[in-house]
Write a protein that binds this ligand. Structure first.
Ligand code: ATP
Length: 357
């Protein structure tokens, strides 16, 4: 496994007019589980393809440990890849498909037949494919084929990294949950460096130790799921992560007070004089429904019961405000809302205003 360093990596598909990936410098730890998360077109696949060698970056260097691999072709980077659609040999058995990437190795990397059998058996057991081991891949369900494809990524234990490009998109939802959990266990057990591309926040948050959130070719935040929830560095991260995402309201800030739609809100700390577009971010989990006269009056638009709690969709004047309300709590007919002052984030031009100013 390897540490992966991106040094001023940038990529343009059109000779420098537009950058699909803007300049990035990051260090990803040996053995880390990373998810690249972001909306369609934000540059996730471009970045993954640069790491795998399918794409040469227009600028910058890529290092595996301390070796510069920027100009090496994919075959020489010693990585395993799992794609959205399984790439299998239909006429081979499941076991032979799994053995294929191991049998292909030459020279000092060649493995004995016994070692190949051992690793194939291990992958079959990890993914619960025992009943299918001797079946031909042809005719298997799409879900089983994708399991085998994951297995082919996992049989190689000595790779620098395993790269997954939306591997669970075409999988049945229940199996998706199962495979995600299995991948996490496999990561804990074997400590591969794993990079997982997805646009699904649940997949990213359950799989990764560190989630790399991308927007328009830039990394807007790299953090643990908890960090992304507690302190989104950018309003986009706050809105994108969470179900529903963070509420973002225009505000003015002066000292220890914010003013939202003419209502004064006491903050947990003092802010310096700030200019630019100021916004207050508060997650629906930290908005409390209060009785009339307490806090800011809101208008309820809809109530969604999602089992564990209800999501109240409300409006504060013209601004949308989502509130998570516990099952047992009554909803007042003329509701007001209060925010937990310890869970309010203040944003200046979409960026979180730091706590250490
Ligand atoms: P998706 O989730 O839809 O796969 P993504 O986040 O992986 O999206 P990329 O596929 O990396 O995003 O695309 C980033 C940008 O680069 C997009 O604007 C896309 O249109 C553009 N792009 C991607 N591949 C090419 C290409 N081969 N030629 C030109 N532009 C491209």
């Amino acid at each position: 496994m390897a540490k992966i360093t991106l040094k001023n990596i940038a990529h343009s598909y059109d000779g420098g007019n537009n950058y699909a990936l803007k300049t990035l410098s990051h260090e990803w730890h040996d053995g880390g589980a990373y998810a690249l998360l972001g909306p369609s077109g934000c540059g996730k696949t471009t970045l993954l393809n640069i790491i795998s060698g399918l794409l040469q970056p227009s600028e910058g260097q890529l290092l595996f440990d301390d070796a510069d691999v920027s100009s090496l072709p994919t075959e020489q980077r010693n990585i395993a890849q799992v794609f959205q659609f399984p790439v299998l040999y239909d006429t081979m058995t499941v076991a032979d498909n799994l053995a294929f990437p191991l049998r292909n190795r030459r020279g000092r990397d060649k493995l004995s037949a016994a070692e190949i059998d051992r690793r194939v058996e291990q992958a079959i057991a990890m993914l619960g494919l025992e009943a299918l081991a001797k079946r031909k891949a042809r005719g298997l369900s799409a879900d089983d084929k994708q399991k085998i494809s994951l297995g082919r990524g996992l049989v190689r234990t000595d790779v620098n990294a395993i790269l997954f490009d939306e591997p669970l998109t075409v999988i049945d939802p229940h199996l998706k949950w199962q495979l995600r959990t299995q991948l996490k266990q496999i990561h804990r057990q074997f400590g591969h460096t794993m990079i997982y591309v997805t646009h699904d926040q649940t997949e990213a948050l359950t799989f990764a130790d560190k989630v790399v959130v991308m927007l328009a070719g830039e990394v807007v935040q790299m953090g643990t799921p908890q960090e992304l929830f507690d302190t989104p560095q950018h309003t986009f991260v706050g809105k994108f992560i969470g179900s529903p995402g963070m509420n973002v309201l225009p505000c003015e800030v002066a000292g220890k007070e914010a003013v939202v739609e003419g209502h004064r809100i006491v903050l947990a700390r003092e802010y310096p004089v700030l200019s630019g577009v100021m916004e207050l971010g508060v997650r629906p989990e930290f908005v409390r429904l209060a009785d009339p006269g307490q806090g800011m009056p809101v208008q309820i638009v809809a109530i969604e019961d999602v089992g564990r709690h209800r999501i109240v969709r409300a409006k504060l004047n013209k601004h949308r405000l989502d509130i998570i309300v516990p099952e047992h709590q009554a909803i007042p007919s003329e509701p007001c809302v209060e925010f937990d002052c310890n869970r309010i984030n203040i944003y200046q031009n979409s960026q979180l205003v730091g706590w250490n100013l």
